[in-house]
Ligand binder design. Sequence first.
Ligand code: NAD
Length: 264
Amino acid sequence: MERILAGQAALVTGSTSGIGLGIAKIYAEAGARVMLNGFGRPEEIAAARAEIGALMGMAEAPYSATDMSKPEEVRGMVAEAEKAFGKLDILVNNAGIQFVSPVQDFPAAKWDAIIAINLSSNFHAIAAALPGMLERKHGRILNVASAHGLVASPYKTAYVAAKHGVVGLTKSVALEIAQSPVTCNAICPGFVRTPLAEAQVKPLAEKFGVSEEAALKDHLLEKQPSKRWIEVEEVARMALYLVGPGSGGVNGSALSIDGGWLAA
Ligand code: NAD
């Protein structure tokens, strides 16, 4: 791969799994130094650090165990990345969780956790990272929203509210920095083949008494006209374009990668 991010420093939240790990990988392949973050079993985290580290010519990639639901920790992680790299060029707000329930039964603690992790953490990380980016006259902020940042589905109130919030936050920040060399954009994926989305297949199969294959096509991917998963690498490639050279004119956008979902 062409090393279009050589010399750049990136922080990707929620990068021990799924989309975040895919983005961290493609950035490291493109020559960036990347700090990882996220939860997981110790051996999973060690494997992610070793995999990304190898691409960076290091034994292991830098890693922060920050809990994205904790505002002070989030701001501290940005400072830690700036200290480790001497700067921060790229911030990807990707960490996220999901919970599905009718609104009247939705546990308040789950609502609070989803708003904190999927939305408020983006605010805190951006607020902490932006001053340095503006000062250094270089920066790319990328928020991983969702198709659910643009349209709704039932039973996902907290997630849909948080992701709509991420799109709004993205636009507002983009306007504030529109005349600077820094950009802020959102990616809005449909269903991507990751543990977060795959975990939704089995309960649907049980609910409708059908095979997992049928649950995937007829229920989970009901709104995704392509009727196939988006692959992590496809999202990573969009994330690479948005932080790479030539993307400076894209600001405040919420870019869909959803197999046609939003076209319907
Ligand atoms: P995933 O479960 O594979 O990965 C989520 C990552 O976030 C993991 O690294 C996890 O450890 C981390 N994380 C969760 N809570 C955290 C916390 N409190 N502190 C720190 N890290 C935390 O899921 P994914 O599908 O790769 O999701 C990544 C992002 O993409 C999320 O924001 C999700 O909403 C979004 N998204 C996913 C899909 C999809 O279909 N998979 C579609 C649209 C948007």
